[in-house]
Design a protein around this ligand. Sequence first.
Ligand SMILES: [Zn+2]
Length: 113
Amino acid sequence: MKTASYVLAGLLGLGGLIFLVGAVQGNTLTRIITGVVLIGAAILLSFLGRIKTPQPTVVQQIELPGDLHAEQLKCDACGATLDPESVSVKAGGIFVECPYCGTSYQIEEEPKW
Ligand SMILES: [Zn+2]
């Protein structure tokens, strides 16, 4: 995603340079404007690609009140008891990744703690 925007910015900048070089040779105002606009778009695009913050890692450990909660959590697929390390919070949802069968799913209901 980020690389693609940089490539696009590079192409736009290159196109702008070609237009500017053509403008120097042909001395055409519209070519100069087109070249400036293209380079401006390239700069803007690379700038946007830079400030566009990557998806923040919101993965965090749930603060479990003792071992009680972990013992209550069981894998939906294989029924194995899940340890706190296999539970994570992503984007507001509680995700479970079973270390035994590899199944990962989101807990829909509000956990009882
Ligand atoms: Zn499982």
